[in-house]
Design a protein. Structure first.
Lengths: 81, 205
């Protein structure tokens, strides 16, 4: 396995149900290639970062209610329909 | 979660709320709008990035949900059902609006040179990357990088990683295939990694 193949299919390694033989190929490459170790680490952190960017902090208030004017617009549109 | 308990309080008995809406009870419709509109607006804002479009999508979603309330059997939670409907309402708004100029996904993917190594060798990221995103400024930075992704990739990333749809559900929602969704999601994460790299590399400020 080379870096191009590793990068192309690393999501299968992380999330796919690869047979043991194919997993071993990825792990062998990782053991030899610090660049792909760094790439994989950044890829994993990217996923955590996107989720953290939209999640509420633990101590944050609950998601704000929709503005009252939107609520009224929806209720009025419903009564018209 | 605070939001969860609040919502549970507001719609303590989903079956009753559903039955009341199906019987045409105005108060039940209002309770439903008050309980779920905040969360649905957050979904629409993430997908559309434009306040007025997001509000219109939420309104479209509620009207479409209420129109079909007689056919909703209550097999999923009301919140889950409404979530799907607002995703679809936001997608149909996205389809009708003018496309903005966007970056090519190819420019954001790794490039390979001699020996099939990356031309720009990857460097490790700070170990504190995920912790510092709790800061408002860093959250905005990550959100703005997501918004720079080409639309067809950004939407797959949002639906899978943020909105929590499965690969199958995403493919169905986008009228696409499982293979295309898997590839787009991987490319979207790779592209986002490239956009975030300058900020999270070890040694960078």
């Amino acid at each position: 396995m080379n870096c191009r193949e590793f990068t192309e299919f690393l999501h299968e390694y992380l999330f796919g149900n690869l047979p043991a033989e194919e997993r071993a190929e990825f792990e062998k490459h990782l053991a030899e290639c610090p660049w792909c170790v760094a790439y994989l680490d950044g890829y994993r952190k990217t996923i955590q970062l996107e989720q953290a960017a939209f999640a509420s902090a633990e101590d944050a208030p609950p998601p704000a209610d929709a503005p009252e004017e939107l609520i009224q617009a929806i209720l009025q549109a419903r009564s018209r329909s | 979660m605070v939001a969860g308990s609040r919502e549970a309080g507001a719609v303590a008995d989903e079956a009753t709320l559903l039955a009341r809406m199906q019987a045409g009870d105005d108060d039940a419709f209002e309770a439903c709008v008050r309980a779920y509109s905040g969360r649905l607006l957050a979904v629409a804002r993430r997908m559309l990035g434009h306040e007025e479009d997001a509000r219109d999508a939420v309104q479209d979603a509620f009207l479409s949900a209420f129109k079909g309330i007689g056919r909703f059997e209550g097999l999923s939670r009301i919140g889950t059902w409404l979530h799907r409907i607002v995703v679809n309402a936001a997608l149909s708004r996205l389809r009708t609006r003018e496309r903005r100029p966007e970056m090519s996904i190819e420019d954001l993917l790794p490039h390979f040179g001699e020996g099939e190594h990356q031309v720009d060798p990857p460097a490790p990221w700070k170990t504190t990357s995920v912790a510092i995103v709790q800061q408002q400024e860093m959250r905005r930075l990550v959100q703005s990088c997501i918004n720079r992704l080409p639309e067809s990739y950004r939407i797959v990333l949002l639906l899978r990683d943020i909105e929590g749809l499965s690969t199958e559900e995403t493919a169905q929602t986008l009228d696409s295939t499982i293979g295309v969704v898997k590839t787009r999601l991987h490319r979207a994460r790779q592209a986002l990694r490239s956009l975030l790299d300058p900020y999270f590399r070890e040694g960078e400020v």
